[in-house]
Write a protein that binds this ligand. Structure first.
Ligand code: AHM
Ligand code: MG
Length: 325
């Protein structure tokens, strides 16, 4: 499709291509885009916090203002709960899932999110992001149950992320390729900028927190030595979405392995690893925990952590060789 096509038009055209499509995602993704625009605006104002007294203090109107990650969480809930497509929402920011209240029509999907990832980077003006996943519910009752959320990544019907960077971008897949849209702030619309993204099968970038070298688990150190010999270059933002996005477009590997401090890795399976693994596989890349594919892991806890090795296919396969030995 022509670059510059608006997100809504793109979604409608995609929907026409697949006669079985119900239009649920057209409406859900449009609402996700609305939340993204609100958050993009707020993230851009973050530098004014101290001047205007935001976040936990009183703002100029004398109202208490929330922290940005809490604000992001509530914004997604507010824009998504009325759509009629969801039965529940789980979030890295909430201990328990949010049930769609009886006041709203209920739907057949659950939504999982990390509403604002890398939030420690907000104060220093570095890119941050939101990550989301959508699954079909399994239960049939009036409320979402735990089993609706604890599904294998392979069963996702949609996943995506928004990066609030030098520009704001939304990248998503519904299982038919990965597409990227850049927010044109002048007109407030997401415009098609990256159609059918494919990650190179090998990259020249590796991304890992090398400060953890002395606590890394088996094989990680040897693998990193190897990539240095190969002449790969190190890039690590410390914002998962930013590191992932760069490697998706340029080719590369991101690792957050298990270590002595984080026995199961640091990142969350349901809110971070699974959606990004679904996206990367759609873009011909791979995501693993060092042994098995992220998408094949059956979760047993909502906030479960997992080691994450993700990016260019051949790089991830090579890393797995070291990590599983
Ligand atoms: P958060 O969910 O608390 O924001 O933490 C997740 C972030 C990721 O964005 C990033 O990849 C990782 O933590 C960085 O961790 P570290 O600072 O240990 O390298
Ligand atoms: Mg996070």
């Amino acid at each position: 499709m022509e670059l510059g096509t608006g997100l809504t038009q793109f979604l409608i055209e995609q929907q026409r291509k697949y006669p079985s499509a119900t239009g649920d995602f057209t409406s859900l993704l449009s609402e996700i885009a609305t939340a993204a625009k609100v958050l993009s605006r707020e993230v851009n104002k973050a530098g004014l916090i101290d001047i205007l007294g935001f976040h936990g203090k009183l703002n100029v109107h004398g109202e208490a203002v929330q922290k940005l990650d809490q604000f992001a969480n509530d914004t997604f809930i507010k824009v998504l709960r009325h759509t009629g497509h969801l039965i529940g929402i789980a979030s890295e920011e909430m201990e328990e899932p949010y049930q769609i209240p009886d006041a709203y029509p209920k739907g057949k999907y659950v939504f999982l999110m990390d509403p604002l990832d890398g939030s420690s980077n907000i104060d220093v003006n570095i890119s941050i992001g939101s990550i989301f996943a959508i699954y079909r519910r399994k239960s049939v009752g009036a409320h979402a149950t735990t089993e609706d959320f604890l599904q294998k990544g392979r069963d996702q019907v949609c996943a995506g992320y928004i990066i609030y960077g030098s520009s704001t971008m939304m990248v998503y897949t519904t299982g038919f390729g990965v597409h990227g849209f850049t927010l044109d702030p002048g007109i407030g619309e997401f415009l098609l900028s990256h159609e059918n993204i494919r990650i190179p099968s090998r990259g020249s970038i590796y991304s890992i927190n090398e400060g953890n070298e002395f606590i890394w688990g088996n094989g990680v150190g040897q693998y990193i030595k190897q990539v240095k010999k190969e002449g790969k270059t190190a890039r690590y933002v410390g914002s998962l979405v930013a590191d992932f996005h760069r490697n998706l477009l340029k080719g590369g590997i991101f690792l957050y392995p298990a270590d002595a401090k984080n026995k199961n890795g640091k990142l969350r399976l349901l809110y971070e690893a699974s959606p990004l693994a679904f996206i990367v596989e759609q873009a011909q890349g791979k995501g693993s925990d060092g042994r098995q594919m992220i998408l094949d892991i059956a979760p047993d806890k909502l906030h479960q952590r997992v080691p994450l090795i993700i990016g260019s296919k051949e790089d991830v396969e090579e890393a797995n060789g070291y990590l599983s030995s």
